[in-house]
Write a protein that binds this ligand. Structure first.
Ligand code: ASP
Length: 324
């Protein structure tokens, strides 16, 4: 009898334990929302980091590309998603520029989210179609001025870093250019490769492969120093085009009200992913740099986002660019 009672008690404890485990977070796949097209720079970072996070979370991390309105559609979508830890967002500087670029936004970047942490910093490169006559940054500036009326500069919409870079470029060269928006720089790159657009400024997480293959013209990096992934590439300042400095930072966000248990687990998974040798090697190869541990915290992302939002506001105001 005693042994049967023990057996039953043991089975009950096991059932309770399994039940509690089944209800624990996460017990189903997590959706990581990417605001731009599949195959583009943000998507590349998301897929690499997301796959590594899945190892720690014990659940798959499914990438969902939510396109439109320069990344703001995705941010608005996640802001309104159930705050249960199963829908999270990866986004870049656009979280800080969109509030100045859009008169109406469906979300408030500083009050509608919980923060998970920063991810990687990625340089940008200024590219031209392969047959563009300009062979260096100074020639490009002259060519842009001479051809302003017919130049097509591709970007991924207001709020995209390619758009931000194009604003900085136009200010540096002192010329107004016609811009062509895409739903990510993967399709913008296809247009550049096909010669349908002339110029694109984009993250190295997409451009390194095309630069190495020689299928585009590369005028320089948007960084203060040369980058290891492209040692022969001059910085734009070095190449004679000063003032075009943009470094792309990334953060992971969850809807406001997401339980702390889920946020802690997401943060632990993010930290582990950023130490994963597969991730660090892939990122280094693509010119991206995993942020320091002190930046991998919710608080660091919150502070950074606020500072960046304040930093960009006057610049965007001066450029007079906005969307209704
Ligand atoms: N590079 C894009 C941007 O300009 C985003 C993307 O397609 O990943 O923001």
């Amino acid at each position: 009898m005693t042994s049967i009672r023990h057996l039953l008690a043991g089975a009950a404890a096991l059932a309770f334990g399994l039940g509690a485990w089944a209800q624990g977070y996460p017990n189903k796949p997590i959706t990581l929302v990417v605001p731009f097209a599949a195959g583009g720079p943000t998507d590349v970072v998301a897929r690499s980091v997301g796959a590594a996070m899945a190892k720690t979370l014990g659940q798959s991390v499914v990438i969902e590309n939510k396109l439109g309105a320069g990344g703001t559609l995705a941010a608005g979508y996640v802001a309104k998603a159930a705050p249960d830890g199963y829908t999270v967002l990866i986004h870049h500087n656009g979280m800080a520029t969109a509030p100045s670029l859009y008169r109406k936004l469906s979300f408030n970047a500083q009050t509608d989210f919980e923060y998970v942490g920063q991810v990687v910093d990625v340089p940008m490169t200024l590219l031209g179609r392969k047959d563009l006559p300009a062979n260096n940054a100074q020639e490009l500036a002259a060519w842009l001025k001479a051809n302003a009326a017919k130049v097509n500069l591709a970007h991924a919409g207001l709020g995209a870093v390619s758009h931000l870079c194009s604003m900085v470029l136009r200010q540096a060269v002192g010329v107004e250019l016609q811009t062509v928006p895409y739903q990510g720089t993967a399709p913008a790159m296809t247009a550049l490769l096909g010669g349908q657009v002339d110029v694109l400024c984009d993250q190295t997480t997409q451009t390194v492969q095309h630069i190495k293959a020689g299928t585009v013209k590369m005028y320089g990096t948007t960084t203060a120093q040369r980058i290891k992934a492209l040692p022969d590439a001059p910085t734009l300042a070095e190449a004679g085009l000063k003032g075009v400095e943009v470094v792309v930072w990334h953060g992971v966000y969850a809807p406001k009200g997401t339980p702390k248990e889920a946020l802690d687990k997401l943060n632990a998974a993010l930290r582990a992913a950023l130490k994963d040798p597969g991730v660090t090697a892939r990122m280094a190869e693509l010119g991206a740099e995993v942020v320091s541990e002190s930046k991998q915290t919710p608080e660091a992302l919150r502070t950074w986002l606020k500072a960046e939002t304040e930093r960009y506001a006057p610049m965007i105001k001066a450029a007079g660019v906005y969307a209704d």
